[in-house]
Design a protein around this ligand. Structure first.
Ligand code: GDP
Length: 444
């Protein structure tokens, strides 16, 4: 079971309840049982699951609910809020400042995804206007420098390392000094991966930390270890103090849910999560957005941020969304951009309702579907594209003309317009602020 499946199970448990005729204790219990079973299967600590169950039961107290209360809505909101609480570390991570050198040191077990995440993070900051670079202080593993060099070159990020110096402390210090002189904003130091029992390597980590005095030390954790994440992070904390965690490989394991909740319970900020092997597969971790996406409600804010970082042409749509407007043309531009952005399945998850509409299709089939949606919009007139979509309801013959012109069916045209309507509603809420987006977007 991967994380997306966990989300689907929870969503379907909630929707079973909201679609049943009677919403009573029995129905609530059945829903809670299913949600808890799914969480336990995702390796979430049993105590945390029990707490979640208790809190939801406490919020949805049938005896005390007034007659006018919308029970279904209340239950949806309680589930959403409790899941957010489950993954929220309630702790703000360090934020790098421009105009000074911010040193970030990476630690973690071998194979956790450290080197990959270092490069992803450097690219992340680079795309946001920071001058970022990488230092390879892993002199332990043969080939480590080559790997970092290869990644950095691909991402066009300056790097420092050596094939001859064997002292990792010296390499780290030299690299950081060099880049500080060159006034880099973000200097990321990759250290060698260690195994839990290797005291020497732990000692080396402490020495590097003392030499480069990082503003933040980030620990990289592989999500497949589930709730064992807690013990692993403790072992590291006893040696080197770290301020935040990146959880990798959340694309492959439902146990990611267990790892995230275990780390959150220790109140260590989770700064990013790794969602794939590609350079762009790094997402800022935000509890509300994470749960929203997990439950198929989309993550419009994440999408906008991702798109901004790609420096695609977004001016009009951004301005529109800020004003709470979303035209059919905005949808067309967004879908066009999505096709440029890489793995479709991942992007679709960020758009409210799109992943459900695409169903369980692979990236290739999904790509075909997207193309057809774009053909449909290419058959529209400017007036139609720049409209809010209502024009099609008042004049449905337009849909027949478009289906004909694009070689698709009226049903497909209707689907595009439904998708547009959903996004327009989200944009409207976004215009009113993120808080409203999360509250109002509850699993309808
Ligand atoms: P290190 O030993 O900690 O430096 O680990 P690496 O950066 O070399 O990563 C080990 C493997 O995990 C590589 O094959 C990476 O491509 C892969 N990897 C890293 N992060 C992710 C992720 O978020 N998702 C997936 N699917 N693979 C990842």
């Amino acid at each position: 079971m991967v994380l997306a499946d966990l989300g689907k199970r929870i969503t379907s448990a909630v929707s079973n309840l909201t679609h049943s005729n009677v919403v009573d204790e029995k129905a609530l219990d059945a829903m809670l049982k299913e949600i808890c079973a799914a969480l336990v299967e995702a390796d979430v600590n049993i105590k945390l699951v029990a707490n979640l169950r208790k809190s939801i039961r406490h919020t949805v107290n049938f005896k005390e609910l007034g007659a006018g209360v919308n029970k279904k809505r209340l239950i949806q909101k309680a589930v959403f809020d409790e899941l957010v609480k489950l993954v929220d570390p309630h702790n703000e991570p360090f934020k790098p400042k421009k105009g000074r050198s911010n040193v970030i040191m990476f630690v973690g077990l071998q194979g956790a995804g450290k080197t990959t995440s270092c490069t992803k993070l450097a690219r992340y900051y680079q795309a946001r206007g920071f001058k970022a670079c990488l230092v390879c202080a892993d002199t332990f593993r043969a080939g480590a420098f080559d790997q970092l060099k290869q990644n950095a070159t691909k991402a066009k990020i300056p790097y420092y390392g050596t094939y001859t110096e064997v002292d990792p402390v010296k390499v780290a210090r030299d690299g950081v000094e060099k880049f500080k002189k060159e006034r880099f904003d973000i200097i990321i130091v990759d250290t060698s991966g260690r195994h839990q029992q290797e005291r020497e390597l732990f000692a080396e980590m402490v020495q590097i930390q003392a030499a480069v005095k990082p503003d933040q030390t980030i620990m990289v954790l592989d999500s497949s270890i589930g709730q064992a994440a807690e013990a692993q992070s403790k072992a590291f904390k006893e040696s080197a103090d770290f301020g935040a965690i990146i959880i990798t490989k959340t694309d492959g394991h439902a146990a990611g849910g267990g790892a995230i909740s275990a780390v959150a319970a220790t109140r260590t900020p989770i700064v990013f999560i790794g969602t794939g092997e590609h350079l762009l597969d790094l997402e800022r971790f935000q509890p509300q957005a994470f749960i929203s996406k997990l439950l198929g409600m989309g993550d419009m804010a994440g999408l906008v941020e991702h798109v901004q970082s790609l420096k695609l042409d977004q001016k009009d749509t951004m301005k529109h969304i800020q004003e709470g407007i979303f035209t059919v043309r905005d949808l067309r531009d967004q879908l066009g951009n999505i096709m440029k952005m890489g793995p479709l399945s991942k992007m679709a998850g960020m758009i409210p309702g799109l992943s459900q509409m695409m169903g369980d299709v692979g990236d290739e089939e999904g790509g075909q579907k997207l193309k057809r949606m774009i053909y449909i919009m290419d058959s529209m007139t400017d007036k139609e594209l720049d409209s809010d979509g209502k024009i099609f309801i008042s004049q449905p013959t337009r849909m027949t003309r478009i289906a004909h012109g694009s070689g698709t069916s009226v049903r497909e045209v209707e689907d595009v317009l439904t998708q547009h309507r959903m996004m327009a509603q989200m944009a409207k809420k976004m215009g009113k602020g993120m808080a409203n987006l999360q509250k109002g977007g509850a699993m309808a």
